[in-house]
Design a protein around this ligand. Structure first.
Ligand SMILES: [Zn+2]
Ligand SMILES: [Zn+2]
Length: 307
């Protein structure tokens, strides 16, 4: 199961209807908690996300709307006696802040948290050869303080074709042997993996928060099946966005179009706007793929593969 659960959608200040940021990505057996802002612990309860579902925490930067939920999420992990490793990713320059936000439960922190910060222009945080889910990378963005976006990329694989398997008489343990070895001998004939399978392109998920337009935004969004991206402002306030290091809905949607994104999720809205439809109208001017203007507690499936 691959699904994005929206825990919060407000930028600087939460509103009556929008919690601070918070996003949970369920990607098969792995759960990623992105940017837990204030109140994330309670939003998890509303959304039915258990602390034990979290395997990785990814923080883009240490502005409060992206990290004030860390102490609550961390305490919840300890309270619920979650004992599997929880990998924590954040900008390396923010280590002193991470230390303060996770100051309680020092013994639990040492035992469970694996602190693996991002640094430089691009950091590979998990490699496809050693992880269950593929590659996880952090790419530097451009904001008032050091900020990173995240990209999850599943390696390309192959999809077995039942008709071809049946036609060539490949059954049971021979199938897994074929997947493992790439070829098998069957009744004196060689059957290769290519004979009975088709390419299955891996999926990609990108998470882009507080940033102005920069190369990192495009590197993260490149052909993503799902792009979650900040759209703090509308074009009428574009100068504010440029000044404070934020995107407009139109800029975010143009990135999605330029990068061939399939599903676009806009979020991180300034509290100055009361009508979310304005973000949709602006994005629709330049993007014709699947588009969601996020509301708290919405859930979006990662779209099925195109092939
Ligand atoms: Zn923010
Ligand atoms: Zn920020």
């Amino acid at each position: 199961m691959r699904e994005l659960i929206i825990l919060g959608t407000a930028s600087q200040v939460p509103t009556r209807t929008r919690n601070h940021n918070g996003y949970f990505l369920r990607w098969d057996e792995t759960g990623f908690l992105f940017d837990p802002g204030e109140g994330t612990q309670r939003q998890m309860t509303f959304a039915g996300v258990a602390a034990g579902d979290i395997h990785r925490v990814c923080v883009t930067h240490f502005h409060g709307d992206h990290c004030f939920g860390l102490p609550g999420a961390f305490s919840r992990l300890a309270n619920d006696r979650v004992e599997h490793p929880v990998h924590c990713h954040f900008p390396m320059s923010g280590q002193p802040l991470f230390d303060r936000l996770c100051w309680t439960w020092p013994e639990y922190r040492r035992r469970v948290l694996r602190e693996e910060p991002a640094w430089g222009e691009r950091t590979v945080l998990a490699h496809e050869s050693t992880s269950d889910f593929g590659r996880l990378e952090a790419v530097r963005l451009s904001h008032g303080i050091e900020s990173y976006g995240y990209r999850l990329t599943e390696p390309d694989g192959r999809r077995m074709l039942p008709d071809k398997l049946a036609a060539l008489g490949v059954t049971g343990p021979h199938i897994s042997e074929l997947q493992r070895e790439g070829r098998i001998e069957l009744d004196g004939e060689t059957v290769t993996l290519e004979d009975v399978s088709a390419p299955r392109p891996g999926q990609a998920f990108a998470f882009v928060m507080d940033t102005r337009l920069c190369d990192g935004v495009y590197a993260l969004a490149d052909h993503a099946d799902m792009l979650v991206i900040e759209s703090t402002f509308l074009t009428e306030d574009a100068p504010l966005g440029a000044e404070h290091g934020h995107l407009t809905a139109r800029q975010a949607a143009q990135v999605a179009t330029d990068c061939g994104v399939r599903t676009l999720v806009l979020t991180h809205f300034s509290q100055r706007y009361s009508d979310p439809a304005a973000f949709e109208r602006e994005a629709r001017e330049v993007f014709d793929g699947e588009l969601y203007v996020a509301e708290d507690l919405m859930r979006f499936p990662v779209p099925k593969r195109a092939h």
